[in-house]
Design a binder for this molecule. Structure first.
Ligand code: GDP
Ligand code: MG
Length: 424
């Protein structure tokens, strides 16, 4: 390939600022961006972690003011499973593809040590799927259903006693992978004074254990003040309900008790409105962005390093992806060649060994054959001898037989005499 001189645009110091003498029209860029985004629709993925029956499904219904028609999970599942459901929602002309992931069976096992594993695996699997799409030659990122988790709502039991160890372990494992928003579930079951202490305890336990929770961003002037104040209210104490009670001429989501009514959307009753404001109305885009630019970036970096890629070589000099790839390719080919040579050598050695073995057994066979042949000749000789002996004996026998026959025909008298002599 011929070397090409790279032409770099002038750096920042050399850029001149010019005045336009009339309207050009690129001030419409933000509008173009909005219109394009609205056309494409938005994707948001929420992961709800919390024990069975803590009100996860009810809170989701309350947050999106709909009924996701979830079924109640049982308490006796052997392991934690993650179930994802995707819904298409529309508000005015904005479409939202919402995925809600629920941890089924979380905290229901006797041994809760590994409860976080299924969650970590799920989050990593979504990152991996996105990475694989990015690494494809023919990518379809524009139409790709991004399932990466944008926020994790961690439901804390309203015990008033602080966090359980499963909460700390799980959040610690997740804080570098996902934006965590801890919330106190079923906050109507805890008194107002206890709640403040409980919140403070949770925050101190989180910071003592170095758990990084999602901070509402304060770098955008339009929302920095509100976000800063909201940061000081975490963890939000929320109440959810699927029941409505008439208040004035409006139907309000509420929980009714013999002593009164808790209104979900009443800010003096709970922090539900604050959560909805922060999660959906103000910071949804920031969470999507942090997921891509912070958490996914970290995952991608780790994975590419695992695959052996790096931005610098062993001498700390910058290397390109292509250089690393070509280096890896030639290393791989070299390794293959070495393996092939080794195998060839091994083959030759094995053939030689086999040949030696075969020769040895051939020799043995020959020796056996010779011995058999010798035995056979000896046996044959012995047989021959005995045959000769027999023949001689037969001859002798026949000779004697003839002799006797001649003697018998020589005269019976002789025989009688013989008989008489015998009788004596
Ligand atoms: N007291 C109280 N009960 C709630 C609240 N949210 C839900 N529940 C009740 O808790 C039970 C379990 O709720 P569900 O949403 O199915 O819990 P999930 O298993 O975490 O999805 C139901 O009977 C709900 O009515 C709440 O904020 N306060
Ligand atoms: Mg549920």
């Amino acid at each position: 390939m011929a070397a090409v001189d790279t032409v770099k645009p002038t750096d920042g110091n050399n850029i001149r600022t010019l005045k336009l003498s009339g309207h050009v029209g690129f001030d419409s860029l933000p509008d173009q961006l909005v219109s394009k985004s609205v056309q494409n629709g938005f994707i948001f993925n929420i992961l709800c972690i919390g024990e069975t029956g803590l009100g996860k499904s009810t809170l989701m219904d309350s947050l999106f003011n709909t009924s996701f028609e979830s079924t109640q999970a049982s308490h006796n599942l052997p392991t934690v499973k993650l179930k994802a459901h995707t819904y298409e929602l529309q508000e005015s002309n904005v479409r939202l593809k919402l995925t809600i992931v629920d941890t089924v069976g979380y905290g229901d096992q006797i041994n809760k040590e590994d409860s976080f594993k299924a969650v970590v695996d799920y989050i990593d699997a979504q990152f991996e799927a996105y990475l694989q799409e990015e690494l494809k030659i023919k990518r379809s990122l524009a139409t790709y259903h991004d399932t990466r988790t944008h926020v994790c709502l961690y439901f804390i039991c309203p015990t008033g006693h602080g966090l359980k160890s499963i909460d700390l372990v799980c959040m610690k494992k997740l804080d570098s992978k996902v934006n965590i928003i801890p919330i106190i579930a079923k906050a109507d079951t805890i008194s107002k004074s206890e709640l403040q202490k409980f919140k403070a305890k949770i925050m101190s336990e989180l910071s003592n254990n170095g758990v990084q929770i999602y901070q509402f961003p304060t770098d955008d002037d339009s929302v920095s003040e509100m976000n800063a104040s909201m940061n000081s209210h975490t963890p939000f104490a929320v109440v959810g309900s699927t029941d409505f009670v008439r208040v004035g001429n409006k139907m309000m989501r509420s929980r009714q008790y013999p002593w009164g009514t808790v209104q979900v959307e009443n800010e003096s009753h709970c922090d539900f409105v604050k959560l909805r404001e922060m999660l959906i109305r103000t910071n949804m885009e920031d969470m999507r962005e942090k997921t891509h630019c912070k958490h996914y970036e970290l995952y991608r970096k780790k994975r590419l390093e695992q695959m052996g890629f790096s931005d610098v070589d062993s001498d700390n000099k910058p290397v390109s992806f292509q250089q690393t790839f070509e280096q890896k390719r030639s290393n791989h080919l070299l390794e293959l060649q070495q393996k092939e040579d080794e195998m060839r050598q091994m083959f030759v050695v094995r053939v030689r060994e086999k040949e030696g073995e075969l020769k040895e057994s051939e020799k043995e066979l020959h020796a056996k054959f010779d011995k058999l042949k010798k035995d056979h000749t000896e046996e044959k000789k012995k047989l021959e001898d005995s045959r000769k002996k027999l023949e001689e004996e037969l001859l002798e026998f026949n000779r004697r037989k003839q002799q006797i026959a001649q003697q018998m025909t020589a005269g019976s008298h002789h025989t009688l005499t013989l008989g008489k002599t015998k009788k004596k």
